[in-house]
Ligand binder design. Structure first.
Ligand code: ZN
Length: 243
């Protein structure tokens, strides 16, 4: 079975639709690693499109923020404004859906979490050392995470815990080799690796084959909807820079 792996849609319907079109039904099921909402202008549309697909989805920190389940005083003012807008815009039905999302999921060879297996909602795995500290916190060969909005593979290369970061090779199938790995597909709706294109991946769980992908989408259409909704300009412009 082939799985469409997506994360951090962040209420960006144009990016989400473009990913689905690009993936062109080369998948049978969707695993979404959280942060369906927050920042973007289309929270209800993104939740509803996801719910229309055969899928499982995890809770991300922005989903929890939209539910009022965490203290947003530590968020910067722009992020806080976006959270409040999202909270007021989401329908009751979609809030109930987000409220029921689990924080981790184990399925076959794969453990799924939004941030990390150690701190599923919060921790950012941004470097090999942090990845190394997380390998003892899951039991399957592979773990899939989002949250950083940066596609990468962390591979455990020694029994002593040495871990290396492998940059994604887009549109190339990578045979997962049995070495333990923590893999991030990147972000659909708000990439932060200086590349504005939407990121996703295709995983074949029978052959353990992984493929990172990027696809350009109509950023200006999303920016227009954000401006129409009165969202902070800094959040609008960052989309075209991919940070
Ligand atoms: Zn996110």
């Amino acid at each position: 079975m082939r799985i469409l792996i997506i994360s951090d849609i962040h209420a960006n319907l144009t990016a989400f639709e473009t990913v689905l079109k690009d993936a062109n039904s080369q998948w049978e099921y969707v695993w979404c690693l959280g942060d369906v909402v927050g920042y973007g202008p289309d929270p209800n549309e993104c939740v509803e499109l996801l719910r229309s697909l055969p899928h499982l989805c995890l809770a991300g920190n922005h989903d929890w923020a939209a539910l009022g389940r965490l203290d947003i005083r530590t968020f910067n003012p722009d992020a806080r404004k976006a959270v409040n807008w999202t909270r007021e815009t989401l329908t009751k039905d979609n809030i109930d859906y987000l409220d029921a999302l689990p924080t981790t999921f184990v399925i076959g060879n794969y453990t799924l979490a939004h941030g990390s297996p150690r701190e599923p909602v919060w921790e950012y795995i941004l470097e090999p050392l942090i990845a190394a500290l997380n390998f003892p916190h899951f039991e399957t060969p592979y773990c899939l995470v989002g949250h950083t909005h940066q596609p990468v593979i962390y591979e455990l290369i020694s029994d002593e815990g040495d871990t290396e970061a492998i940059s994604p090779a887009y549109r190339q199938q990578r045979q997962l080799n049995g070495r333990r790995q923590i893999i991030n597909p990147g972000s659909v709706g708000q990439p932060r690796d200086a590349n504005p294109d939407a990121a996703y991946a295709i995983l074949d769980v029978e052959t353990n084959t992984w493929e990172h992908r990027r696809v350009a989408y109509d950023v200006s259409a999303v920016q227009k909807r954000m401006r129409d909704a009165g969202m902070p300009e800094r959040l609008v412009t960052r989309l075209e820079h991919g940070w």
